[in-house]
Design a binder for this molecule. Structure first.
Ligand code: PMP
Length: 352
């Protein structure tokens, strides 16, 4: 090591899913929405005054914050927008987890949580999911410096029922509980209502999946105004202009179009349920996913090999090398046509 390297912050980074250059592949590897954003977004984009780009954006992203607050029927002091939920959750780790007790999150969950914890030098422990990939609530009934639960969980898609989640929150009012609802719009039950009851609960959602906006980078947290104010103090101590002007304008247009959102998420849910049946018929097993992906394995099938073979054939899914889940593939729900291609490939593969 060279001398000037000794004070580097040394972290093992998160590995994002692959974004292949070839646009012709069937891309079922990063849980993107297969449908385009709302037509209202296209209209807002065409009408956007480019001269606005000359100026700095509104640091509070009022237009977007208000549109989100309106959509959920809450006040805007309960909303904190950010550059994707990664930005929001990272900011929440930095803001709320600053003590000596360990933060708790499951051993199998979104693989960014331990990266942020390492980056910010936050101690953490990872209680194991049970054999059905379910959170065991009792594991969270103990002293901690905070709790983070993705619900539905990633990459399993399994949902912790709201009454069990509430019990975890109820017993942990001395620390902040973050519920990451990146996938909640595909049939899950949101904990948003509980933020009125529990001041220590922060619910985080994203435009990336259910609003077809992964490329725009918009996420947001909702919770008690004191939690939101604390997030803002940290945000304004780091980067005050997180949201750029196009994302403020187009994000507001996207969330106002409730009908389009319901139509597209409904289509994805219907496709998912059909694909579940077809995968089961091919011998795959999986939990009851409430997300826009299915986390599946097949007895006697080498998941890594299948992942590579699919890729060679232009179908991208996600495979994780982590020992506990290396037998699984995470398959995002695409259009019906895309899923039919996948299924016909799998039919042949499993018959050989
Ligand atoms: N949470 C979970 C559980 C996720 O799977 C993802 C997507 N990688 C995110 C948060 C972040 O999504 P985004 O930053 O696009 O909002």
């Amino acid at each position: 090591m060279r001398l000037w390297e000794q004070n580097f912050r040394d972290v093992e980074p998160y590995t994002p899913g692959e974004q292949p250059k070839d646009r012709n592949v069937i891309k079922l590897n990063t849980n993107e929405n297969p449908y385009p954003p709302s037509p209202a977004v296209e209209k807002a984009l065409r009408e956007m005054d480019l001269a606005r780009l000359r100026k700095y954006p509104d640091p509070a992203a009022e237009e977007l914050t208000e549109a989100i607050a309106d959509y959920y029927g809450i006040t805007k002091d309960r909303v904190f927008p950010g550059v994707g939920s990664d930005d929001v959750i990272g900011m929440a780790f930095l803001t709320f987890f600053n003590g000596p007790k360990p933060v708790l999150f499951p051993n199998i969950t979104y693989s960014f949580y331990d990266v942020w914890a390492d980056l910010f030098k936050i101690p953490y422990e990872t209680p194991a999911l049970n054999e059905n990939f379910e959170v065991v609530p009792e594991d969270y009934f103990r002293e901690n410096g905070g709790i983070v639960l993705a619900n539905p969980n990633a990459p399993t898609g399994v949902e912790l029922p709201l009454d069990q989640l509430e019990e975890i929150i109820r017993r942990n009012q001395a620390s902040v509980v973050i519920v990451d609802e990146a996938y909640v719009d595909f049939g899950g039950e949101s904990a948003l209502g509980l933020t009125e009851k529990y001041e220590n609960l922060l619910v985080v959602q994203t435009f990336s999946k259910s609003r077809s906006f992964a490329g725009m980078r918009i996420g947001f947290a909702m919770g008690h105004p004191d939690l939101i104010a604390a997030l803002n103090r940290v945000k304004y101590s780091y980067n005050s202009y997180t949201m750029n002007t196009p994302s403020i304008i187009l994000g507001a247009a996207a969330i106002r179009d409730r009908a389009y959102f319901e139509e597209t998420t409904g289509k994805i849910i219907r496709t998912r349920e059909r694909v579940k049946k077809e995968l089961a018929a091919l011998g795959f097993t999986f939990g009851d996913s409430k997300s826009n992906f299915i986390f599946a394995k097949r007895e006697g099938t080498d998941a890594e090999k299948l992942f590579r073979t699919l890729k060679e054939n232009g179908i991208y899914v996600r495979w994780f090398s982590k020992p506990l889940i290396r037998d699984y593939l995470r398959i995002s729900i695409g259009t019906d046509e895309e899923m039919d291609c996948l299924l016909s490939f799998l039919r042949q593969y499993t018959a050989d």
